[in-house]
Design a protein around this ligand. Structure first.
Ligand code: PLP
Length: 384
């Protein structure tokens, strides 16, 4: 049975161009980039080329990019570094809907004496900048960490407005752009960002590689301590092939970004149009006017999202759900709960996230399957 992969916010296929670019660094050029002989020099040059490619995607300077092992490490590093840069300040501002890489790290900081303000979102998953303004403490706020786009709904956050608000206040501004990077244009300079996280496996590079943008001149404290790699900013021998892969993935994303966004939004809108028409009692979660082009989060009230997921899995169609037990969590989606989505709708929620490799015919097949599965489950639901 043909695989139809509609869970690209979980991870993505490695692009063929990325794989091809990586292979020489696994096969012939296996030198350690820190070594002094010429066999290793090409390896360190490849890393620097990748650094330029990543920097270019987000409007940064190459020297402002630190390679990490994943988005989670980038997020943890950003928070830890920001707090150690300002040891007298004990206040963090973040949101209720961050990925655990930020959310749980902030919760850990609470146990270490920090006060954390978790900003709410409205029923469309939107953040109000006035709420952020209201909790800023000019003397005590060390860090504002707000995601660029939410992983479950795709809703975009007002990063530009927050950057403007924080300008000149001496508060470090970090954004987790793991879902946004490569899908929408980002320019860290225009946005007044101090730090930004991204992750390879969300943009067709392999798993286990990430990057952190650190604005030039920002006080910085590494999380991983050891050798002098990454100019002393992240110890550990570099994951060379994956770094090269991330560079090529960023270059591809930068080149394709606008045509890909239009293509994905067209497919995504088709999914919503068909399902809203053919599955009554269905709704879209999140601000439909301000989202990533590849993401839709739908709720089928009184139907169990887990059951939909499993019945689609039997047809080799991959999606994800915000209901209990999905993604290894035993709780219903914290994101949809924060948006006040009713429990009956959270349990029937489904996230479909697309990539450049999805075709319209895959979407048609998936739409037929989803409509049939939802009708079957509705027919046996005791609540309708
Ligand atoms: N931040 C967001 C918004 C994510 O969606 C993810 C992964 O799902 C991460 C951080 C963590 O990235 P990684 O899997 O590379 O650690």
């Amino acid at each position: 049975m043909q695989l139809i992969y509609l869970d690209n916010n979980a991870t993505t296929m490695v692009a063929p161009e990325v794989k091809a670019a990586m292979l020489p660094w696994l096969e012939q050029h296996y030198g350690n980039p820190s070594s002094a002989y010429s066999f290793a020099r090409s390896v360190s040059e490849a890393i620097e080329q990748a650094r330029s490619q990543v920097a270019s995607l987000i409007g940064a300077k190459p020297s402002e990019i630190v390679f990490t092992s994943c988005g989670t490490e980038s997020d943890n590093t950003a928070i830890a570094s920001a707090l150690s840069a300002n040891p007298m300040k004990k206040h963090i501002i973040t949101t209720m809907v961050e990925h655990p890489a930020v959310f749980k790290y902030c919760a850990l900081m609470e146990t270490r004496g920090y006060k954390v303000s978790y900003l709410p979102v409205d029923s469309f998953g939107r953040l109000n900048v006035n709420d952020l303004h209201a909790v800023i403490s000019p003397i005590d706020t060390a860090l504002v960490s707000v995601m660029f786009a939410n992983n479950e709904t795709g809703v975009l956050f007002p990063i530009k407005d927050i950057g403007r608000l924080l300008r000149g206040q001496g508060i470090i501004f970090h954004s987790d752009a793991v879902q946004a990077a490569g899908k929408i244009p980002i320019n860290v300079k225009e946005l007044n960002l101090d730090m930004l996280s991204l992750s390879g496996h969300k943009l067709h590079a392999p798993k286990g590689i990430g990057a952190l943008y650190v604005r030039e001149g920002l006080p910085y404290q590494p999380l991983i301590i050891g050798g002098h790699q990454e100019n002393g900013r992240r110890a550990g021998t570099e994951n060379v092939a994956s770094i090269v892969g991330l560079g090529v993935a960023c270059q591809l994303a930068e080149r394709l970004i606008s045509e890909e966004a239009a293509y994905l939004a067209k497919l995504r809108n088709k999914i919503e149009d068909v399902l809203l028409r053919d599955c009554p009692g269905n709704m879209v979660n999140g601000d439909r006017d301000n989202r990533l082009p590849n993401t839709t989060n739908l709720s089928f009230e009184y139907v169990d999202g887990e059951a939909i997921l499993m019945m689609l899995d039997m047809q080799n169609i991959c999606v994800s759900t915000g209901s209990a037990c999905s993604s290894g969590s035993s709780e219903p989606s914290r994101i949809l709960s924060a948006m006040n989505v009713p429990p009956t709708a959270i349990h029937g929620s489904l996230r479909l996230s697309l990539s450049r490799y999805n075709t319209e015919s895959e979407i048609d097949t998936a739409l037929n399957a989803i409509t049939t599965v939802v009708k079957k489950l509705r027919a046996i639901s005791p609540f309708v």
